[in-house]
Design a protein around this ligand. Structure first.
Ligand SMILES: [Zn+2]
Length: 98
């Protein structure tokens, strides 16, 4: 992945080039999706070098990680939110609501 600030290749959570630290920056939830779209979006962002975190939130009554009810929040560093959103918008189509 790449540093969201200076775009240098990141080998650690802290950028060797500009000092940007993924552990200290703010992470913003940019989208809420359901499996398997979480994996699709994760790989989409990773393929572009954007750091991404997934937060799965199980809906009560449903076993962990099973079924379409496990909501996933997609988090990216605050500094790269706009870029990540436009990447998703141009590469991923929202499923039609039932
Ligand atoms: Zn950097």
């Amino acid at each position: 992945m790449n540093c969201p600030f200076c775009k240098e290749v990141l080998e650690d959570s802290r950028c060797q080039n500009c000092g940007y630290d993924l552990n200290k920056c703010r992470w913003i939830s940019i989208k809420k999706v359901y499996p398997p779209d979480d994996i699709i979006i994760e790989s989409l962002l990773k393929a572009s070098g954007i750091p991404v975190k997934l937060h799965r939130r199980e809906v009560s009554q449903i076993p962990v990680g099973i079924g379409p009810m496990a909501e996933t929040d997609i988090y990216v560093p605050e500094i790269i939110v706009t870029e990540a959103k436009s990447l998703i918008d141009s590469n991923y189509n929202e499923p039609e609501p039932n």
